[in-house]
Design a protein around this ligand. Structure first.
Ligand code: NAD
Length: 325
């Protein structure tokens, strides 16, 4: 039997604190050598882009593959969303696909969870810090949730080039997190924050890296293609740079690849992978003045760990539909 889980089923069982725990464990498996993580496979049919993201986590007993497509003409041509994702979870002992679940909400939560874990390990520890969020889209919301689980915040700022999107974000996330979330009108205001998330669809830098204050922690999650970047060379150069995966950063992240190509930094500027910090192989923040920066490209280990969590919780709650395939 294969369990089928809709987006609503996933929403019912998945929360940020639980997701942060399994994503943290997935990163530690990656650093300890018990994870199998091939780079994502891209296929470009005429109308779009298809991505296949498999991974195996030995300690967690989790094996899965996420299938994501980005078809720009879907909304106008087929009345369907641009991005569609589903996860196929397998039984690692038999190989059988035991669950097929929606991957949209799962992707946003697991991306927020990686930034939450990075914030827990790298941001300053003082209470009452301010979060600043660039972007007010799907990912940005989960970024703030992850950061709010990692640190006790006094308030949060949000900036989006679409003013109404930022206003909607401030209202929705303020109510969800019981936090003062304030829409701001300039990127510079976000730079007053202690913990910053860059979560936009911009292909060019969204703020002036020279203006970032000492002691800031940044999570950069957008722009993961070689030619696009949200972060300028200045902030990359002046921060302690932590990658989700060195390999992914050097093959997919314009934020890192462009300054390397321009001779501003070398590959050695990547200080560590997040997993190496989690298992204590490398030091994280060593003083309150350092600027730390986590570059997230999105790894299949995050999807696989989260899919296993969702499956276990759905089974326990009796949620979903069983199908004989
Ligand atoms: N690292 C990961 O694991 C991961 C996972 C999923 C998506 N992403 C990336 O996250 C980014 C956001 O995705 P999304 O699904 O939230 O998209 P979205 O379209 O829902 O939201 C993006 C928002 O960014 C805003 N924006 C664009 N340029 C801006 C600028 N210069 N300043 C301020 N706001 C700006 C847009 O107005 C929009 O509201 C994308 O780049 C996507 O590829 C990363």
């Amino acid at each position: 039997m294969t369990l089928l889980l809709s987006k609503n089923d996933v929403i019912k069982v998945l929360n940020m604190p639980d997701c942060m725990k399994v994503v943290e464990k997935a990163f530690s498996e990656l650093a300890s050598g018990t994870a199998v993580l091939p780079l994502r496979i891209n296929i470009t049919p005429p109308d779009g882009l298809a991505l296949y993201m498999p991974a195996y986590l030995k300690e967690m007993g989790a094996l899965a593959c996420k299938v994501v497509t980005v078809y720009k003409n879907n909304p106008t041509k087929h009345n369907m969303p641009t991005t569609i994702g589903k996860v196929l979870l397998q039984n690692p002992e038999t190989g059988d696909v035991i669950c097929i679940m929606d991957g949209g909400y799962l992707t946003a939560v697991r991306t927020g969870a990686a930034s939450g874990a990075a914030t827990a390990y790298l941001a300053r520890k003082d209470k009452g810090q301010v979060a600043g969020i660039f972007g007010a889209g799907v990912q940005a919301k989960m970024q703030l949730w992850g950061v709010a689980c990692a640190r006790e915040l006094s308030r949060a700022y949000v900036y989006d080039k679409i003013d109404e999107a930022a206003a909607k974000f401030a209202k929705e996330m303020g109510e969800k997190l019981h936090l003062d979330v304030i829409k701001v009108d300039s990127p510079d205001k976000i730079l007053e924050a202690d913990i910053i998330c860059a979560a936009t669809s911009s292909p060019t830098p969204i703020f002036d890296g020279k203006k970032v204050k000492k002691g800031t922690h940044i999570n950069g999650i957008g722009s993961h293609t070689p030619g696009a970047r949200e972060l300028d060379a200045e902030i990359i150069k002046s921060s302690k740079l932590i990658a989700d995966s060195r390999e992914a950063c050097l093959k997919e992240a314009g934020d890192i690849m462009i300054p390397i190509k321009d001779g501003i930094i070398s590959e050695n500027h990547i200080w560590a992978e997040l997993g190496e910090i989690i298992i204590g192989k490398k030091a994280g923040r060593t003083n309150p003045d350092e600027i730390t920066l986590f570059k997230s490209n999105g790894l299949a280990i995050q999807d696989v760990a989260t899919a296993k969590l969702v499956y276990d919780k759905a089974l326990a709650a009796g949620i979903g539909v069983n199908a004989e395939i």
